[in-house]
Design a protein around this ligand. Structure first.
Ligand code: NAG
Ligand code: NAG
Ligand code: NAG
Ligand code: NAG
Length: 960
């Protein structure tokens, strides 16, 4: 992987980014190849830009010196001067947040749509009870789920009351029974590239960054937004009704952004397919702009000896120069307007100075534009805050604000009345140098400092369909329930300047409403219906069968455990309500099944049950409220152990399409990722060398312990030198180096058939190859059925090819059955029966594909759009399934992902089976590792209290 110099430095796209490996690159820096074309395009555009600029200089002169345009008053158009004078009024107008209550109808209301009454809902209004003090409200107190009906008319919420009588309503009112289920406002995602960075990614549809220059305040995301991008519907199926569509972060100033609603064309109740029709505020009261500091711009634009920025120093200069230019234009305009107003516009000897190139940035300095800046690090944040004070503009939110939690005082120094909010992911980090420092507790820390956390998707970096899951995790990481829910509703609404219209269920608000199948801050929550401006969005929504659990008590809080675990040898836990450990004999006298005691000595479990003797003798006891005992988790298919910072070459094992290698020969222990893996109960990892980058594999995977060992030489550090032999047939990767997909399949078949032949010949002559670690040697073991063959591939036909290959090889060999595993598997549900029949297992990576690449385009995105996802179809068909990691940061969330499988599995698997199947892969019998959780590992807020194991002389790591 890594950002080799051979790659065109033009690239990164949107946010998290950097140039990419040629093949199926990870989402945070996904981008297509064809860089050369793009580079040429860039040169072409630059030339064209220069010519146009030169011509323009000749005819119009520069905006600040209007001498060239100066003409005698009689030669100026009186109409144009009048129009200019009116423009003066616009320039000096300070926008207000548009009103909510007091409107007769929502400007987005479509004539003829009937009123709707949603009966018997459990409603989250979005604000605390009357009389709650501001301090309590900030602390998340005074909020409650209330039983009410919601009446919607003309695209507005009209009434939120108990038992609204139908008699009082218009006769054509549609009635929808919520049956007590939970109802919230539509979720708001304040950082999305939906529609401009289309999914599945196609080069022709990528309009994320205008890369003709670093400073492009003059471009607009709506000019590239594709209303028909299916992802807009997928996102809505997660309850997201409004997204701020930002240009990417390749540029220091990326251009204008727009909040849109996810209703498109006739099927969604709109009159036309049009971006203008999607604007959340058709009156465009506020404007929005994207800026970005840090790694991207210098890497994308800087060209040593030619132009900057090549460093953060240069970036600050680019910003300041741009603000200065816009400020000069504003000054010239203000002078002109003052003269025109005092002396009379007809006496003016020039027109109002205007320059389209600097118009939007000028408006930003006039306070008409809500600025959203992507800045990760302390120096980035501090430099940007400096700019706000030098040029007097305010900033609504820092995005990718990973390090803001470390420097609340810097944020409070920003110009303007309110410090910027921090737009964050809950726990996606480590993907590049500036994302290396981050904390899953950032949101809580910020909030404790009086700052506002907001959770965002940066779609397609995360699937915005599940942005509410980010808020749910933030709740688990210690934010109060109400603050976590606010972070994807009221907080972004307020930062968008739409706080009177969006984010609450109150009269006067836009009727964007979601009824959920379970608490929105619980794992696997999905809408059963979504309304936008009062129009139901799904004709035939799939509703999963789930036991009704009712709302989470908003008073529930989760604490912040110590970052480091303490090592102890002997300890006793009481209050274990659930044990998923198989074959554990409980001690005699265990009276109560839901209050077990677990005694641990020398890192080994010595007793489970009542354990009176152990309890009496214990030197250290920990009492749990809802303890869970389980086997630890295994991370499969990630770059754990082979990489520390995804995008940094020097921290990476690299990737090769020609060098077959063994992960065991490249493992590096003691990394931050591995420490967190262990901290979150992932005591084992199985990693393979990369083929073209993360998420692709080529070579032999190794199984190793994530923590407690300094090097691979230590006994037990590597528990399996060889787990599987890996090849990648993913469309994008398979073609690397000019090949074809068909060629990649053929080449692998050739190698396997040769291995069959070699094996037969060797069998007769007892001939073994000299290098037992060479590719041929491994392939011979594969065809003998001794080592599994793991194929990384997403498309259903790609999986079908792998299944055919298996059959062909088995027929040629005539004896052994080849053991095969599919990794990726986005479209595996289409061949579920065949996979089951061939006894081929699937490691889903990611668990829930959202069609990021073409070969995943038939992936199931889940209710309410599809009946379950791939995992459900595979489990139903009897396929062995496990959860893999497409990206390393997911290591914190494996338990919760398994929780989604369990909760949305309609009872197909028990909790224990889910954990065993989904996360126990690669387990061997002697594994005595275990985890003790406070709360369920499958639920939000479940917290590890002990990670135990390592056999003889072992230790238990415990959080305090
Ligand atoms: C509301 O829904 C709940 C749950 O289905 C049900 O028990 C209750 O009777 C309903 N109330 C009304 C007024 O329909
Ligand atoms: C979803 O699929 C299951 C069978 O796997 C079926 O029982 C159920 O009725 C389906 N649900 C819908 C809403 O189609
Ligand atoms: C559970 O068992 C422990 C040890 O026997 C005891 O101290 C504790 O009070 C019990 N808890 C409950 C809720 O019964
Ligand atoms: C052993 O097998 C290899 C191919 O696997 C072959 O090249 C070599 O000639 C064989 N040697 C003997 C002695 O058969």
């Amino acid at each position: 992987m890594g950002f080799g110099k051979e790659r065109d430095p033009m690239l990164p796209p949107y946010s998290a980014t950097g140039p990419v490996p040629p093949a199926p690159p990870p989402r945070w820096r996904r981008r297509r190849p064809a860089r050369l074309t793009r580079a040429l395009k860039f040169v072409g555009l630059a030339c064209l830009g220069f010519i146009v600029y030169a011509q323009w200089r000749q005819i119009s002169g520069s905006p600040s010196s209007d001498s060239a345009a100066r003409r005698s008053p009689s030669l100026l158009s009186a109409d144009k001067l009048q129009a200019d004078l009116q423009t003066c009024a616009k320039l000096h107008k300070k926008p207000q947040d548009p009103i909510g209550l007091g409107r007769e109808r929502n400007a987005r209301y479509v004539e003829g749509h009937k009123p709707t009454l949603i009966k018997n809902a459990t409603v989250w209004v979005g604000e605390p009870a009357k009389g709650t003090s501001p301090e309590d409200a900030w602390a998340g107190k005074g909020y409650a789920w209330i039983n009410a009906d919601v009446y919607i008319e003309y695209g507005l919420i009209k009434k939120v009351e108990k038992d609204i009588s139908l008699k009082s309503l218009a006769s054509e009112t549609l009635v929808w029974d919520a049956k007590g289920r939970q109802l919230t406002t539509g979720i708001i995602d304040m950082h999305s590239h939906a529609g401009v960075d289309s999914l599945p990614e196609l080069e022709g549809n990528d309009d994320t960054n205008e890369m003709s220059a670093d400073i492009t305040p003059y471009v607009r995301s709506i000019d590239g937004l594709q209303p028909q991008d299916h992802q807009i519907q997928v996102i809505k199926s997660g309850g997201v009704t409004t997204s701020l569509v930002l240009p990417g972060s390749g540029n220091n100033i990326g251009g204008e952004a727009y909040p849109i609603k996810h209703a498109v064309g006739k099927p969604d109740g709109r009159e036309e397919i049009s971006v203008a029709d999607m604007l959340a505020d058709p009156d465009r009261n506020w404007r929005y702009m994207k800026m970005a500091c840090g790694e991207n711009a210098k890497r994308v634009y800087g060209k040593v000896g030619e132009h900057g920025p090549v460093s953060r120093l240069g970036e600050s200069w680019e910003f300041r120069r741009a603000f200065e230019t816009a400020a000069k234009l504003n000054r010239a305009q203000d002078d002109w307007c003052a003269r025109a107003e005092s002396a009379g516009v007809e006496s003016m000897d020039s027109y109002l100075p205007q320059d389209l190139k600097w118009e939007s940035l000028g408006a930003a300095l006039r306070g008409q534009v809500h600025i959203n800046a992507h800045c990760y690090t302390v120096p980035d944040l501090e430099a940007f805050v400096d700019h706000t004070n030098e040029f007097n503009f305010s900033i609504r939110a820092f995005h990718h604000a990973h390090q803001t939690y470390l420097v609340p005082e810097i944020l409070k120094r920003a110009w303007g009345p309110t410090p910027p909010a921090s737009a964050l992911f809950a726990d996606n980090m480590w993907y590049k140098a500036e994302a290396y420092i981050g904390s899953e507790y950032a949101g809580k820390t910020l909030w404790e400092s009086g700052l506002t956390p907001i959770y965002v998707s940066d779609n397609p970096v995360l699937n915005a369909q599940h942005v509410v899951f980010e808020a749910a995790k933030a709740f688990g990481y210690g934010l109060p329930y109400a603050v976590a829910l606010a972070s994807v509703t009221t907080a972004p609404a307020e930062r968008l300047g739409m706080g009177e219209r969006l984010g609450k269920i109150k009269p006067g608000y836009d009727a964007d409403v979601v009824v959920w199948d379970s608490d929105p801050l619980s794992v696997g929550a999905a809408p059963v219906q979504v309304w936008i401006d009062g129009t139901a969005q799904f004709d035939d929504p799939v509703e999963l069968e789930k036991p009704v659990k009712g709302p989470i008590d908003p008073k529930t809080t989760f604490d912040m455990p110590a970052d480091e675990l303490t090592e102890v040898a002997d300890i006793v836990f009481t209050g274990i309500t659930t044990s998923y450990l198989p074959n554990l004999e409980t001690s005699e006298g265990s009276s109560s099944d839901n209050n077990l005691t677990v005694a641990i000595s020398n890192g080994k479990i010595t007793c489970v049950g009542a354990c009176p003797a152990e309890l009496a003798a214990a030197t250290q006891r920990v009492h749990l409220k809802n303890g869970h005992l389980t086997k630890p988790f295994t991370a499969f298919g990630s770059t754990l152990g082979l990489n520390t910072i995804d995008a940094e070459d020097s921290t990476d094992n690299g990737h090769s399409t020609s060098q077959f290698s063994r992960a065991a020969d490249g493992l590096r222990l003691g990394t931050k990722k591995l420490r967190y893996a262990h901290r979150y109960g992932v005591t084992r990892a199985i990693s393979a060398p990369a083929f073209t980058g993360a998420g692709t594999h080529f070579g032999v995977s190794a199984g190793f312990r994530t923590w407690g060992y300094d090097t691979v030489l230590e006994e037990g550090a590597v528990f399996a030198e060889e787990v599987a032999v890996h090849y990648t047939l993913q469309e994008e990767a398979a073609k690397t180096g000019g090949g074809t997909v068909s060629g990649a399949v053929g080449a692998l078949r050739g190698k396997l058939l040769k291995a069959v032949g070699d094996d037969k010949a060797a069998g007769e002559s007892n001939n073994e190859t000299t290098d037992a670690f060479a590719e041929e040697a491994y392939l011979r073991r594969v065809v003998r059925g001794e080592v599994p063959l793991a194929i990384t591939v997403h498309s259903a036909d790609g999986i079908a090819s792998a299944l055919k290959l298996k059959k062909q090889v088995e027929e040629a060999s005539g004896k052994a059955e080849l053991t095969m595993v599919i990794i990726g598997g986005a479209e595996a549900h289409l061949v579920a029966g065949e996979l089951a029949e061939a006894k081929v297992g699937v490691v889903l990576a990611p668990l829930q594909s959202y069609r990021t690449s073409w070969d995943q385009r038939r992936a199931l995105t889940g209710a309410p759009l599809t009946n379950g996802t791939a995992v459900d179809a595979l489990v139903k068909a009897g396929v062995t399934v496990a959860i893999g990691l497409e990206e390393d940061w997911v290591v914190r969330d494996l338990g919760l992902l398994a929780g989604i499988v369990y909760r949305n599995g309609e009872g197909r698997l028990s909790e224990g089976e889910t954990l065993e199947l989904m996360l126990g892969l690669g387990d061997e019998k002697k594994n005595e590792d275990f985890l003790v959780f406070e709360g369920s590992p499958l639920e939000i807020g479940g917290k590890i209290r002990a990670v135990g194991g390592r056999g003889e002389g072992g230790f238990v790591c415990m959080s305090v």
